[in-house]
Design a protein around this ligand. Structure first.
Ligand code: NDP
Ligand code: MG
Length: 384
């Protein structure tokens, strides 16, 4: 029985992870769940799954949650990020799913890695911001990081039984999002509602905007570098609008392996939870006779500049990816409140990368300070 802590259980990945656990009650148990603002859903989940602990990271909501769960025995209620960091290090925890959104995932992921836990990593922002630090800590504390992101899960599955030195390149597929075929003129006028309609995946708001702007794919390039220890030149993005081939690996002999499946995040979540075993399920299967075509094309870095920003930040290293991530979090939140246009998001990120202080060898504290400073400066720049 694996005891799993789910950080961000109230989100899109978190709720699907709970479904996977509920479908495999003899294999997995929910040890703890955390949420930030959605106190009603968190309380509902606590009643249903009876975890040992439930934590609300927004401390203002603690008393409401405590009241809601007053009649539930055996579920301890806590609040705040410090509680999350203490919880993930507890000996009872076998695996930590990092499915909270954004930079907020960094601190508890570091705590879990330092405690030598197995991480099922959905929160890609952690590796974008501090990939080098996380990899060093994971090696030192023997913490295994299993990818949940569908592309990285696909690559991980393709690499089973292979040696790292046999990798020639990773072929990271991208749906291209809802604006794949849009001109610059059209992109200048897209709305939040347009951007929130992803053609193939149903996800949280932030990652849905990141997918429409290709920032998500840029972050996934950086995520792949750290997860699989490859160089920039070895990561190629291919736009594949059908989202059936989740990614591929080309080996040094020219052979290519791909992982295919229906677009359903429960599959990579289940693979990480069950690893190294494959678990049966009854999710929808690929019907090859109904797939008319699978197409692949090069991404357009002129219309989707964010992807080029990510390659630049990755090459530059240091705190540059942290600057890009913090700027992106500010502009996406602003876009979701109709405070900034779609293309202006990229302009603000470019400004941040060109203007704000670069640090070549950042410490953890430098990341914390960079994140706070960039947020403040970008908010000022776009007059929030
Ligand atoms: P959602 O927005 O659906 O959920 C985010 C979760 O994080 C919620 O539980 C939310 O709590 C919590 N949260 C929000 N802000 C904070 C904070 N400041 N501190 C602590 N917790 C917080 O996001 P997704 O599930 O879509 O994405 C989660 C992560 O997984 C992201 O890093 C994303 O990139 C990654 N991912 C997601 C995929 C998907 O299909 N959704 C695919 C691949 C990766 P509450 O709702 O209670 O406020
Ligand atoms: Mg992905």
């Amino acid at each position: 029985m694996k005891r799993i802590a789910i950080l961000g259980s109230t989100g899109s990945i978190g709720t699907q992870a709970l479904d996977v656990i509920a479908a495999n009650p003899t294999l997995f148990e929910v040890f703890a769940i955390t949420g930030h603002s959605n106190v009603e859903l968190l309380a509902q989940q606590a009643r249903k799954y009876k975890p040992n602990m439930v934590i609300i990271t927004d401390t203002d909501k603690y008393s409401t949650l405590k009241q809601m769960l007053a009649d539930v025995d055996d579920v301890k209620v806590f609040a705040g990020m410090e509680s999350v960091c203490d919880m993930v290090a507890m000996s009872m925890v076998d695996m930590v799913l990092t499915s909270m959104v954004g930079y907020a995932g960094l601190q508890p992921t570091i705590a879990a890695v330092k405690a030598g836990k197995t991480i099922a990593l959905a929160n890609k922002e952690t590796l974008v911001v501090a990939g080098e630090l996380i990899c060093q800590l994971a090696a030192k504390h023997r913490s295994a990081i299993l990818p949940v992101d569908s592309e990285h899960s696909a690559i991980f599955q393709c690499l089973a039984g292979e040696q790292d030195k046999s990798i020639e390149k990773l072929l990271l597929t991208a749906s291209g999002g809802p604006f794949r075929t849009f001109s610059m003129e059209q992109l200048a006028h897209v709305t939040k509602a347009d951007a929130l309609k992803h053609p193939n995946w149903d996800m949280g708001a932030k990652i849905t905007i990141d997918s429409a702007s290709m920032m998500n794919k840029g972050f996934e390039v950086i995520e792949a570098k750290w997860l699989f220890g490859v160089q920039k030149e070895q990561i190629e993005v291919l736009v594949h609008p059908q989202s059936i081939v989740h990614s591929m690996v080309q080996f040094t002999d020219g052979s290519v392996k791909a992982q295919l499946g229906m677009p359903d995040m429960r599959l990579p979540i289940q693979y990480a939870f069950g690893y190294p075993n494959r678990l049966p399920n009854n999710y929808e299967r690929v019907d090859f006779t109904k797939l008319n075509t699978l197409t692949f094309e090069k991404p357009d870095l002129e219309r989707f500049r964010n992807l080029a920003f990510a390659y630049y930040a990755m090459e530059k290293g240091g705190n540059m990816p942290c600057i890009l991530n913090a700027a992106n979090e500010v502009v996406v939140a602003a876009f979701l409140r109709d405070k900034i246009g779609f293309l202006a998001m990229s302009d603000a990120m470019e400004w941040a990368m060109q203007t704000l202080p670069f640090i070549q060898n950042p410490t953890y504290q430098d990341y914390v300070e960079t994140d706070a400073h960039v947020r403040k400066m970008v908010a000022e720049k776009i007059s929030l």
